[in-house]
Ligand binder design. Structure first.
Ligand code: UTP
Length: 613
């Protein structure tokens, strides 16, 4: 097996497999074995061969080495001492934050985006693809639409700043589990407004399972002519971006930055401009968007590791290794909070990564996109000779800096005092348990509530005073739920853009039971004076220049009601445990381009319960 073996004929393939200790794969074949079954086997081997840098031979060799290390208990962090990485901590809406954001906005035209969406989402227990979930049920918009509309809003901002058309490309990594459904979702919705060719789907292939320490490949128990395969992890994204030619294409079209994000964090773009500003100023090759990490929290910590032989690297240390590493080196207390901040002194890594394209593409050319891998076999006993079930090699996207040398500029950006990370990974039953324990739930309910809070924080940054959000239990999951504010990303990119759209913020008031849903193309929307106690829905078409000069809304509004324990509903609601109840709303629809000013009399008495303009 090797670089050319995808072109080998069947007998050459069998010979090559034999040479790497895999003769058992065809040992059961006999005169009755059908040509069709053999064909299926060879087709799969050829596919596996091209899907892994160096082919099956390299995979088996890497597997043997990693399995030997695992058996002898090699500690991958042996010899490394942790220190603090280089980076920037910016209080949200502070002068430093605003300055970094301004710097970053000038770079937006050079951005590309990579969504890793090949994961199964087993912990969430949702049978669909995660990007098809609504990020909140007030508008019901999917994650995929939110992401694309956010990128298009940045594209418009970049075009306006540069005074010329700009196209920001998006790559989505999918897998066998998500590929067709992602493609169908995009097609059914006209790519949510992205141009033909703007989106590239990259499909990660699964890797073979290993049945023992000799890295003998496992056959599928349900099909002896197929090798058992499992996902290789999100680290595949680097190989795919390189191998598909996507990075070269982007580079040739002037792309300078690559932003990686995950399938269910609605807040993924909020601090991107400021993060870009930090990358520019500190000339970072890799900038990890981080959050303040609570000691013991199950997210990785970014650390500057120095090896006793002099090597150095800034990398994510997995949460289950942090305590032991600290205890064995710099801190006998282990993973504890810093007294001054109340947080772990190591930034919490959330897998949102901003890479400078040029050094990244150059490094992938050198390595072929190979990522450091790990293996996690579950042994049957202490002798570590047999596995409970076949295992496989895995890799993680955030391990890319391990391939860089000590002098590479790798750092982080944290924006404090604001909500930037709230992924949806946990099913309702597990979320209830986590909530009882006082841990972050990373559930559909918390993802939704945090999205409202995050938008409210943008309003507050512009000077709007919002009442504090009370803590409530949504089907047993505690969240801070205030006014449900959903504002399309076209409203503006960055805090300064929002300030411009809200020129008199002290004249905007909203009760906690309110819903404010602003949809469509909001680039022409300005809100001057709004008093909202109930639900207001505003929808604008492109070209509608709308000023809410004085808007008074008081109605019974919308609320969330529990599905109840025996409640039956569609899955996207079942994973939350509640649904939307719409009692009354005021609607302002601007369906044609033009200039509009909405000015109510001081009291709302003249308005109907449901008004459509
Ligand atoms: P998660 O940690 O959420 O894992 O992945 P998961 O596999 O999706 O969910 P569980 O563990 O089964 O519950 C983080 C991100 O990486 C992507 C996911 O889609 C998510 O955006 N991912 C994960 C891939 O793209 N490929 C993979 O092989 C694994």
């Amino acid at each position: 097996m090797g670089a050319n073996s995808s072109r080998q004929n069947p007998s050459e393939i069998l010979k090559s497999l034999d040479a790497i200790g895999q003769a058992h794969l065809s040992a059961g074949w006999n005169a009755d074995t059908s040509a069709a079954d053999k064909d299926r086997f060879f087709t799969q081997v050829k596919k596996l061969e091209t899907a892994y840098p160096g082919g099956v031979k390299a995979y088996v060799e890497n597997g043997r080495k990693l399995l030997a290390d695992a058996k002898s208990g090699v500690n991958p962090l042996e010899g490394w001492t942790p220190g603090f990485p280089d980076g920037e901590s910016l209080p949200f809406n502070s002068p430093e934050f605003v300055a970094k954001e301004a710097l970053g906005l000038k770079e937006l035209d050079g951005c590309s985006f990579v969504l890793v969406a090949g994961g199964l989402g087993e912990r969430l227990g949702f049978s669909g693809i995660k990007v098809a979930l609504p990020w909140q049920i007030t508008s019901g918009e999917t994650y995929l639409e939110l992401y694309i509309r956010s990128i298009l809003a940045m594209q418009s901002a970049a075009s306006a700043a540069k005074g010329k058309p700009v196209t920001l490309p998006l790559a989505i990594m999918v897998s066998d589990d998500t590929a067709s459904r992602t493609d169908e979702l995009l097609k059914a919705n006209g790519n949510y407004g992205m141009a033909p060719g703007q989106i590239t789907l990259l499909k990660q292939e699964k890797v073979p399972c290993l049945s023992d320490n000799e890295a003998r490949l496992a056959l599928d128990p349900k099909d002896p002519y197929q090798i058992l395969t499992k996902p290789h992890g999100h680290g595949d994204v680097h190989f795919l971006l390189h191998d598909s030619g996507t990075l070269s294409k982007w580079s040739a079209s002037g792309v300078r930055w690559v932003y990686f994000f995950q399938d269910t964090n609605a807040l993924a773009f909020k601090v991107l401009p400021a993060t870009l500003g930090v990358s520019v100023e500190k000339k970072l090759q890799v900038n990890s968007v981080c959050v303040s990490r609570t000691a013991g929290e199950s997210i990785g910590g970014l650390m500057r590791l120095t090896h006793k032989d002099g090597r150095g690297q800034t990398i994510n240390v997995e949460y289950n290794q942090i305590d032991a590493l600290l205890k064995a080196t710099v801190s006998p207390e282990g993973d504890v909070a810093d007294a001054a901040t109340g947080y772990s002194p190591y930034p919490g890594s959330i897998n949102q990564l901003l890479f400078a394209l040029k050094p990244y593409a150059a490094m992938l050319k050198k390595t072929g996109g190979t990522m450091p891998e790990f293996v996690n076999p579950k042994y049957t006993d202490k002798t570590k000779t047999a596995f409970k079930s076949p295992t496989r090699l895995e890799c993680m996207m955030q391990d890319y800096p391990k391939s860089l040398d000590a002098s590479a500029a790798v750092g982080y950006t944290i924006v404090t005092g604001t909500t930037t990370f709230s992924p949806v990974k946990t099913n309702l039953a597990d979320a209830r348990v986590k909530s009882k324990e006082g841990m972050p739930t990373y559930s559909a309910a918390s993802g939704e509530a945090d999205a409202y809070i995050s938008t409210s924080e943008m309003l507050m940054a512009a000077g709007v005073v919002m009442p504090p959000a009370p803590t409530v239990a949504m089907s047993g999951v505690k969240v801070a739920l205030g006014a449900r504010v959903v504002i399309d990303p076209s409203f503006g990119v960055g805090v300064e853009a929002w300030k411009a759209k809200l020129p008199t913020p002290s004249a905007i008031k909203m009760s906690n039971r309110s819903t404010l849903l602003l949809k469509g193309d909001l680039s022409g929307l300005t809100i001057e004076d709004l008093d909202l106690d109930g639900t207001l829905v505003v929808t604008c078409v492109p070209g509608a220049k709308v000023t809410l000069k004085k808007v008074r809304v008081s109605n019974s509004g919308w609320s969330f009601v529990s599905l109840g324990w025996s409640g039956k509903a569609e899955e996207a609601l079942m994973i939350r445990g509640y649904q939307l109840s719409q009692s009354a709303q005021r609607e302002l629809n601007f369906e044609k381009p033009g200039e509009y000013v909405v000015e109510d009399p001081e009291r709302e008495g003249l308005l109907s319960k449901c008004e459509v303009m």
